[in-house]
Design a binder for this molecule. Structure first.
Ligand SMILES: NC(=O)c1ccc[n+]([C@@H]2O[C@H](COP(=O)([O-])OP(=O)(O)OC[C@H]3O[C@@H](n4cnc5c(N)ncnc54)[C@H](O)[C@@H]3O)[C@@H](O)[C@H]2O)c1
Length: 336
């Protein structure tokens, strides 16, 4: 039997999830849920799904096996924990949560269930990123990791922030550029570098009269085994450019830029991989939603751990909380 799914939150990202679910044999779209009447009615008709006007009704419904949480950030942890406690599998959009205490709430809910929780860090599945991991695992000739540089230049303006009242507010979004847009870049730095400590700053250079949170951030990060990283992210650039992630090893540089992977050995620079596959969202989000969702429902069907689990994303969630703590306290925060 395919897993029966309900998507919670009928906003911008939800259609990306729905298209991915509809392409699978291992899952079927059963319902859609939103507190906004017009949105749920539109999605119900458009995607031929049962309409739910409250999350509580979704998790009480025995016909639903799994929920996708595509709601504003402040609802992520509580909805994930409640759905797990009600016996549902969960796909949770990034960020995992907005406060570090919420990590423990999710962990507790997982301890009391055999259901699975998948975190939408889809950029980990981009072809170039997968190839980067492979090279690090198999090619000892590159030498030790020395440093990582991560850069994100994106554009978010007044119109974007005014489109939904939860955006740009500490209480509901939990931050700005870092928690919403650069969260994937920060996750990739952690994925490759295993961040131990962070010294960060946040500022609002252009949007200060519009949002409470930051539009720009930077950081110096201490990684494992003596390596370090630098990070810069802004929503003030005129365009949305692909992220840049450069990993410097003793003998080789691996550079992810323009959605391609470069390998640089001395004077020789070669493109060794390109991201490919169907684009199911805006291209600067990456095209990995479908891959993450497919691997999740395959892993439910085959009872494997071959998906981006909470366990694999937990450290990155801690880093995100530490990033804001460091910026607010003006001191280095060590990640436990
Ligand atoms: N992985 C990615 O690359 C990616 C891309 C875009 C968005 N996202 C994430 O997806 C989430 C949603 O983003 P969005 O841009 O679609 O937001 P959005 O504001 O467009 O949509 C959120 C929807 O949730 C609904 N909602 C609010 N409270 C609810 C409740 N209690 N019960 C049911 N529905 C409720 C709202 O009415 C709205 O329709 C965010 O966490 C965002 O960061 C992730």
């Amino acid at each position: 039997m395919p897993t029966s799914v309900c998507v919670i939150g009928c906003g911008t990202v939800a259609p990306v999830h729905i298209k991915a679910i509809k392409a699978l044999d291992s899952a079927v779209l059963y319902g859609v849920c939103d507190i906004k009447e017009e949105r749920v009615a539109d999605f119900g008709k458009r995607y031929d799904a049962k309409e739910y006007r409250s999350f509580e009704n979704v998790i009480a419904d025995k016909n639903i096996d799994s929920v996708h949480i595509c709601t504003p950030h402040y609802l992520h942890a509580s909805m994930a924990a409640e759905a797990l406690e009600a016996g549902k599998h969960v796909v949770l959009e990034k960020p995992v949560c907005i406060k570090k205490e919420e990590i423990d709430i999710i962990e507790k809910a997982l301890d009391n269930t055999d259901k699975k929780l998948c975190i939408m860090f889809q950029n980990r599945t981009n072809n170039s990123i997968v190839q980067m991991k492979n090279i690090i695992k198999t090619d000892s000739g590159i030498g030790k990791l020395i440093g990582i540089s991560g850069i994100m230049n994106w554009h978010r303006d007044e119109k974007y922030y005014k489109s939904e009242p939860w955006r740009g507010r500490w209480e509901t979004e939990g931050g700005g550029t870092v928690i919403n847009q650069a969260v994937h870049l920060l996750d990739l730095i952690d994925y490759f570098g295993n961040v131990k400590a962070v010294r960060s700053t946040i500022s609002s250079k252009v949007l200060k009269d519009i949002i409470e949170t930051e539009d720009t951030a930077d950081a110096y990060l201490t990684l494992s085994k003596g390596a370090t990283a630098t990070f810069y992210a802004t929503n003030t650039f005129p365009q949305n450019r692909p992220i840049q992630l450069e990993l410097c090893f003793e003998n080789t540089v691996l550079r992810y830029a323009d959605n391609m992977l470069w390998r640089i050995d001395g004077d020789s620079a070669k493109i060794i991989a390109k991201d490919s596959g169907e684009i199911t969202g805006k291209d600067y989000w990456g095209s990995g939603h479908a891959r993450v969702i497919r691997s999740f429902y395959d892993s439910i069907k085959n009872n494997t751990d071959d998906y981006i689990s909470f366990e694999k994303a937990k450290h990155s969630a801690r880093l995100l909380c530490a990033f804001y703590e460091s910026a607010k306290m003006h001191k280095e925060i060590v990640i436990l």
